[in-house]
Design a binder for this molecule. Structure first.
Ligand code: ZN
Length: 170
């Protein structure tokens, strides 16, 4: 079966940061990474390369930032007062926080914007709205291990249900 829209794809691969020559992610054959093809939930550049591939095909591809987590945008970095955080909040570099604007508190939790803490001092906290991997060129090497049609439920949920995974979200 070829990789095509609305099929579940299971991959084993390594993802490396090219500039640092650092391994960022590894999925072995007994611990695959799954995505639904054509639903924009995966790396666009990698999906394009995998279109039409079958089980057993290997891939070795370098993605420019715009095909991975986007270019780094310095405007997404902002400074907020430490007073904005609760007193007992333990600040930590790399910690993800979600900011919800005051007028959106009743809205979906999707309305919040995710930032991560870049650095902090006694008065100021520098938060970054870029994905931590924004601006990075990423090297993927791996193999297509599984391809199957997505179930109606998976398509409705927009994510893959792997063996033994049960949940109630709709
Ligand atoms: Zn689900």
């Amino acid at each position: 079966m070829e990789i095509a829209a609305n099929r579940v794809v299971g991959l084993s691969y390594t993802m490396r940061d090219v500039s640092q020559d650092e391994e960022l992610e590894r999925y072995d054959k007994d611990d695959l990474d799954y995505y639904i093809h054509g639903q924009q939930g995966f790396f666009p550049g990698l999906e394009r390369a995998l279109e039409g591939c079958v089980v057993g095909d290997t891939f070795d591809i370098v993605l420019e930032p715009q095909d991975a987590f986007g270019e780094y945008n310095p405007k997404e970095v902002q400074s907020v007062s430490r007073d904005e955080f609760p007193d007992d909040f333990e600040l930590e570099v790399g910690l993800f926080i979600e900011l919800v604007s005051a007028d959106a508190q009743d809205a979906d939790e999707d309305e919040g914007v995710i930032y991560w803490i870049k650095e902090f001092g006694e008065k100021e906290v520098l938060i970054d709205g870029n994905h931590p991997l924004a601006g990075k060129k990423l090297h993927f090497q791996g193999e297509v291990v599984e391809v199957r049609d997505a179930t109606d439920e998976e398509l409705a949920h927009g994510h893959v249900h792997t063996d033994g995974c049960h949940h109630d979200d709709a």
